[in-house]
Write a protein that binds this ligand. Sequence first.
Ligand code: 2PG
Length: 248
Amino acid sequence: MATTSKLVLLRHGQSTWNELNQFTGWVDVPLTDKGRTEAAHAGQLLKDENLLPDVVHTSLLRRAITTANLALEAADRQWVPTQRSWRLNERHYGALQGMNKAEIRAEHGEEKFMTWRRSYDTPPPMLEDDHEFSQYRDERYAMLGEDIPRTECLKDVVTRLIPYWYDNIVPQLVTGKTVLIVAHGNSLRALVKHLEGISDDAIAELNLPTGVPFAYELGEDMKARGAARFLDPDAAAAGAAAVAAQGK
Ligand SMILES: O=C(O)[C@@H](CO)OP(=O)(O)O
């Protein structure tokens, strides 16, 4: 009998830079109190919906790690094995990291702003290694050496994320485990694009809310069998609309 694999994705709760409307990328900012509440609520939803994870994956960034910890605590699931990888990190936002979204839009215009923010294959300008918001000397990325990103477009994120998906997550799913991935707006957009087969153009329209889990049933090909199911649809719709409106 075929095993039905269950996958739950969760974007971290609101961060301090989400609140300030700043491009964040690999800058390691914490959650706000609202973000912590969202994370705990996400864990409660997992419990209520009986979508308790057997394993968890997070990025190396504290907004995802804290979200996972708070969600697991609320779900009484702190003991589950957890793996972390830079491959689940947010998209590196290059020279935009730390910049205010409304100011960038006002300075460069709507078209450039949306190209940098949502085009599939145009990255923002590179961030200099000696910039205060560079991760070049951060020891958690030492294994990347000179290959550490200085900017990324969504296509770059797909390229670095999909090997992790097949090497580390798919083997768990095929044994019937329920897998929770706690990551970021754009790293999850990259994964959703792969799972749902969304085109390079159409992915621009997808915005993911903070702190609302969404679940997929996967087929034997490890692709989505249908659309994602948000565990709190009203909060998800409001959250996605707010992300779409950022910078306006
Ligand atoms: O700043 C970022 O790193 C991301 C997610 O917060 O922003 P955006 O939604 O604009 O891609």
